[in-house]
Design a protein around this ligand. Structure first.
Ligand code: ADP
Ligand code: XUL
Length: 534
């Protein structure tokens, strides 16, 4: 029987696992959903939203129990653990775990006749892990940015300006509000390195890519920034351990998992990374590809040769090639805003929405719309703003103009922010679209025309978990091999070219991009001034 490679995804709402063989064929998948499979923890979409609405946590032990349950499900389904040569995985980014003094020794000496949950349930100094949905650290951002000389300076060091969800700021808040818990912590893991620790039976290191989401790692030097550490918590370096490249073999599977499930003793564990970096690996891009993920929110991420820090997007060390980087911009107003226009203007039908789009020409006769139903990450603004061809603000658009306006407005923004993150469009640039809305070819055509590139579609579900499998295979390949040579998905998994850009449209879209930029700046300035006056 051939070797298998496992990828675990510790995401916000569930843990998933995928097994692939050496030819990258998916052989098995399974999941445990937190809300429904573990209702005793009382989570909603995997999280506890606190009374202040901005503090968001998840019970750390729920993740341990979920892994027990997942492995038991695999065992009951007859999964042959002895075929697994290596495994890796990912976690929701930014979330953190606080191991209590003495926990390491418990983790190293788990007994196979009990569950991990039973043995580890008292091993955490802070029982509730802060997660990426938390927005309670605005004051801590000011402290950290102030200490290094401002937001852009912080971005130059760590790849990102201060963001509430970033781990360093969450740690600073814990030091301030629960000093006893912090003092009682011997190790801090990210959700990703926590997942790896459970497989390893020891503390697994944080990898450079997920470590880039903490406002603590110097992404160029690939060491913790001593200034950031000092500001965020006393004795933090010792609690974090040294970061490692994402393709590091961190050790062999724990004796506990060997005895309890029949893993082979030499099964390797490869460092876990963040879910977005893992998705990059799972989509097996070529250098120069831009991934546009059109889910509930829209995320644009890309492989970039150099870090060009900005106030807008974020930069992570590339999980596939640690000498390069990955730029990412996340927009909260994605499919849900498009769907709201589809409901309002196209009677609830995506087909009608697409037909209406054809009634207006690319460029929308100069009309531009900006639609932010919920507060956006970048720009920091909320509300709906419509402008006619003379940049005059108008109350409403005819339905067919509204349909085109939301798509053009959104994708001009996606292009603009991807460029700020380091995107340069060349002859070989491809957009790879994924997520729910990538099923809609009329939306893809707008992307092709605005980005002036060919749009490819891939239907890889669970790209983050799959990225774990691919990274496990890659970590065992001879040193110096290129990821795209080792991971060359079968033809049926290759992205397919779905839309070509229409010739000549860059003449319309280039000036429109500049107008969009100015209008966005105008509405943002006004919005922020109004907020400031409240
Ligand atoms: P997530 O994983 O973030 O929950 P998905 O990738 O499953 O999201 O995408 C779901 C979104 O896709 C829905 O919000 C829906 O509006 C959008 N969607 C589904 N089908 C279409 C379509 N034909 N055209 C445009 N959008 C669509
Ligand atoms: C990225 C981010 C989320 C989480 C959860 O910065 O906060 O995408 O990784 O998916």
């Amino acid at each position: 029987m051939s070797d298998l490679f496992l990828g675990f995804d510790f995401s916000t709402q569930q843990i998933k696992v995928i097994a692939v063989d050496g030819d990258l064929n998916v052989k098995y998948d399974e999941h445990v959903k937190f809300d429904t499979d573990l209702p005793e923890f009382g989570t909603e979409n995997g999280a506890h939203i606190h009374a202040d609405k901005i503090t968001v946590t998840a019970p750390t032990v729920m993740w341990v129990k979920a892994l027990d349950l997942l492995l038991d499900k695999m065992k009951n389904a007859g999964f042959d653990f002895s075929r697994v040569a290596a495994m890796s995985g990912d976690g929701q980014q930014h979330g953190s775990v606080y191991w209590k003094k003495g926990a390491r020794s418990i983790l190293q000496n788990l007994s196979a006749d009990k569950s991990m949950y039973d043995q580890l349930k008292d091993s955490f100094a802070i029982p509730e892990s802060p997660i990426w949905m938390d927005a309670s650290t605005s004051s801590h951002i000011k402290t950290l940015e102030g200490a290094v000389g401002g937001p852009l300076e912080l971005a130059k060091i760590t790849g990102s300006r201060g963001f509430e969800r970033y781990t360093g700021l969450q740690i600073m808040k814990i030091v301030e509000t629960n000093r006893e818990g912090y003092n009682n912590t011997e190790r801090i893991s990210l959700v990703s390195s926590f997942g790896a620790s459970l497989l390893l039976g020891d503390y697994a290191p944080i990898d450079y890519s997920d470590g880039s989401g903490m406002n603590l790692l110097d992404i160029n030097k690939k060491t913790w920034s001593s200034t950031c550490l000092e500001v965020c918590g006393p004795g933090l370096a010792a609690r974090l351990g040294d970061p490692v490249p994402a393709n590091t073999v961190v050790g062999s599977v724990s004796q506990y998992l060997v005895s309890k499930y029949g893993f082979r003793a030499d099964c390797k564990v490869i460092a876990f990374t963040g879910d977005n970096p893992a998705s990059l690996a799972g989509l097996a891009p070529s250098e120069g590809d831009v991934i546009v993920s059109l889910g509930s929110s829209d995320t644009v991420f890309l492989w970039i040769p150099r870090a060009t820090p900005s106030m807008d997007g974020v930069i992570f060390v590339n999980p596939i090639d640690q000498a390069t980087f990955m730029g990412l911009v996340c927009f909260k107003n994605g499919s849900l805003s498009r769907a709201a226009v589809m409901e309002r203007c196209a009677g609830g039908s995506w087909d009608t929405f697409s037909e209406m789009l054809q009634k207006t020409p690319p460029g929308n006769n100069g009309n531009i719309g900006l639609y932010f139903d919920v507060p956006e990450i970048q720009p920091v603004v909320m509300g709906t703003y419509r402008f006619d061809e003379h940049n005059k603000q108008v109350e409403s658009f005819p339905p067919e103009v509204e349909v085109r306006a939301i798509l053009e407005g959104q994708f001009l923004a996606r292009l603009m922010y991807a460029q700020k993150c380091g995107l340069t469009i060349g002859p070989s640039t491809r957009v790879i679209a994924t997520g729910g809305a990538s099923a809609n070819s009329s939306i893809l055509q707008v992307i092709a025309d605005i980005f002036n590139v060919e749009v490819y579609v891939t239907d890889v579900p669970n790209s983050a978990a799959l990225g774990g499998c691919y990274r496990a295979i890659y970590a065992l390949a001879p040193k110096g091999s290129s990821f795209s040579k080792v991971i060359n998905p079968a033809v049926e998994h290759q992205p397919v070219c779905t839309c070509k850009h229409s010739p000549g449209l860059e003449k319309a879209y280039q000036p429109m991009l500049e107008r969009y930029r100015q209008l966005e700046e105008q509405v943002t300035t006004l919005y922020q001034a109004n907020q400031g006056n409240k």
